[in-house]
Design a protein around this ligand. Structure first.
Ligand code: GLP
Length: 263
C-alpha cells in the first residue's frame, strides 16, 4: 500500500484527480475506455471538482468513460437529492461530462434486491472491471457501505447501516430518522477486484480510521484494512488525517525515494 501524505486538504484532491486522469489517458492509449469506480460522501468532492476542471480545460477526455458507484440507499426515490443516483449525477456525471447511460448506481428500488445486486456485479464484469476505484472512508473504517464485521470476501449485497453511519449521514437529510436503514453496497471482494484503489481522506475525524486501515491488522472490524490485500492501493491523506499514523516519516521517505519508473 502506498501512503501519500500531502500538506493541505486541497492537495488530496489534486493528487487523486491527476492519478485518475492518468489512468483514463493510459487506458485510452491502449484503445479501450476507462471504467471508474466512484464514491459518494464529502471526501471525494474536491477530486471530482479537480477532474471537472481538467475536463473543462481540455486536459482530460472522458468520451466513452463509464462509472460504477459503490452503493445506494434502499427505498429512497432516485429523485431525492440525497439518493446516490442524484448525488452521482450532480457531482460526477454532469461535471465530468460522462454519458449518463454509462454511469451505474445499484438499484435500491428494485423489487428483488438480491437479483439487483447480482446484476450489478455482472454489469461491472461486462464492462471489463474497474480500472481505478476512488474511495472515501467512514469514521468507523467502512468503505462503500461495508460496515465493521463485513465479510472480507463479500460481493454486492443488501446491508443494514450502522447507527454511527446513519448519524454521520444525517447532516444530509432534514432529520436523522429520514436516513434509510438499509443499503446496497459493493462488497469488499468486489472493491478488491478493481485494478487500482485510491482512498482519500481529510481531517482529524478520519485519523483513527486511517491508522487502523493502514497500520492495523487486516480485520473485518476495520473494513478499509482489506486494502492491505490489494496489490495497487494508494491512500492519500492530509496531515490531519495522517496524524495517528506511526510510520509518517517512512511514507514521506519512500515517496521521495521511489524506484525510477514507479511514480
Ligand atoms: C458514506 C459513503 C462512503 C463514504 C463515507 C464517508 O457512508 N457510503 O462511500 O466513504 O460516507 O463519507 P464522508 O466522505 O462524507 O466522510
Amino acid at each position: 500500500m502506498q501512503v501519500v501524505i500531502v500538506e493541505q486538504p486541497g492537495d488530496v484532491a489534486s493528487f487523486a484527480a491527476s492519478r485518475i486522469s492518468d489512468v483514463v489517458a493510459r487506458v485510452a492509449a491502449s484503445g479501450k475506455r476507462a471504467v471508474l469506480g466512484v464514491a459518494t460522501g464529502s471526501s471525494p468532492l474536491g477530486t471530482y471538482r479537480a477532474l471537472a476542471e481538467l475536463v473543462s480545460r481540455g486536459h482530460l477526455d472522458t468520451t466513452g468513460v463509464s462509472a460504477f458507484a459503490l452503493d445506494e440507499y434502499v427505498g429512497l426515490d432516485y429523485a431525492h437529492p440525497e439518493s446516490y443516483h442524484s448525488v452521482v449525477t450532480r457531482t460526477v456525471t454532469e461535471p465530468l461530462a460522462l454519458d449518463p447511460r454509462r454511469v451505474h448506481v445499484p438499484d435500491g428500488l428494485a423489487d428483488d434486491l438480491p437479483a439487483a445486486c447480482s446484476r450489478y456485479e455482472e454489469q461491472i464484469r461486462a464492462a471489463g472491471g474497474i480500472d481505478v476505484q476512488l474511495l472515501g472512508i467512514g469514521a468507523n473504517g467502512h468503505i462503500g457501505f461495508n460496515e465493521p464485521t463485513s465479510s472480507l470476501n463479500s460481493r454486492t449485497r443488501l446491508k443494514t447501516l450502522a447507527k454511527r453511519t446513519r448519524d454521520d449521514n444525517a447532516r444530509f437529510f432534514d432529520s436523522p430518522d429520514q436516513v434509510p436503514i438499509h443499503c446496497l453496497t459493493q462488497g469488499l471482494a468486489t472493491i478488491l477486484d478493481a485494478r487500482q484503489a485510491l482512498l482519500v481522506a481529510q481531517g482529524v475525524g478520519k485519523a483513527e480510521a486511517i491508522a487502523a486501515a493502514v497500520e492495523g491488522p487486516v480485520s473485518a472490524m476495520c473494513p478499509a484494512s482489506v486494502l492491505q490485500l490489494h496489490s495497487h492501493a494508494t491512500v492519500v491523506v492530509d496531515e490531519a488525517a495522517a496524524s495517528r499514523l506511526r510510520l509518517r516519516d517512512y511514507y514521506s521517505y519512500v515517496l521521495t525515494n521511489l524506484p525510477s519508473g514507479d511514480r
